[in-house]
Design a protein around this ligand. Sequence first.
Ligand SMILES: [Zn+2]
Ligand SMILES: [Zn+2]
Length: 280
Amino acid sequence: MSAAREAKKELKELRESMKKVEPFFEPMGKPEAYDWLGSNNEPGQTFEQYLDSDPTKPTKERQTIYVLPLGTFTPQQNKIIDASVGYLAAFYDLKVEKLAARELRAVWPNVRQNKFTRTHQIKTGHILNDILKPMLPADAAALIAFTVDDLYPDDSKSYVFGQASLESRVGVWSLARLDDNADYSKFLRRTLKIAAHETGHMFSMWHCTKYECLMSGTNHLGETDRRPIDACPECMAKIAWISDITPKDRYKKLADFCQKNGLASDATEFTKKMNAVAGN
Ligand SMILES: [Zn+2]
Ligand SMILES: [Zn+2]
């Protein structure tokens, strides 16, 4: 088969898989008070729009996601970072490598004290532009840093969970707020969602508005908790397409990861989706 026909067949199969996993996802509802879509008017991005957008994707030369711990972490936080490394590997079917931890010492004007919570915060732009961009390895599909410090993008916002650059392949997210009122498994699930979400931005994926999706924007932890740990049909097709993996093999890897990491009900969901797309 010619390469062009091969590619066409792959897209046809992906579109069929999308239909088969639709029943597992909720269409995006009306935003509740303080939800992301209540204050952000976003167009969304279907699989077809993504294909037309010439997205940044892993290439033959760029097959590794690097994870950089910035700062000093507790054993529980380290365990969660290690789990995120495993989840990203399954989610994007790429090699994920954890780099040695580095200290994070930022000073004014790259830091501030939050007006309301009085917490020390670091500006995301500083981490992205001054720390991550200069150290981006040539074979990096993406370089993502974790911090324990709280983050802010600019003075218009009280805080952000994380931020990524769509073109530069660098991103950062913070664990600072993710253990609020959370047991280990809630803390873990929140971190995995944000890790996969921010990495999606690095592969030029926009916020999802079609379904309650891991790639939908979130404004607060309630919204993060409500969202699935998985990408909706549209976003799943984008990931399978850029990673060159079948949806079935991908769901299998995700189910295995969840099984090994104490997320039994997530493992069951991924197994159901794997069975739904079997044959494609
Ligand atoms: Zn986002
Ligand atoms: Zn989506």
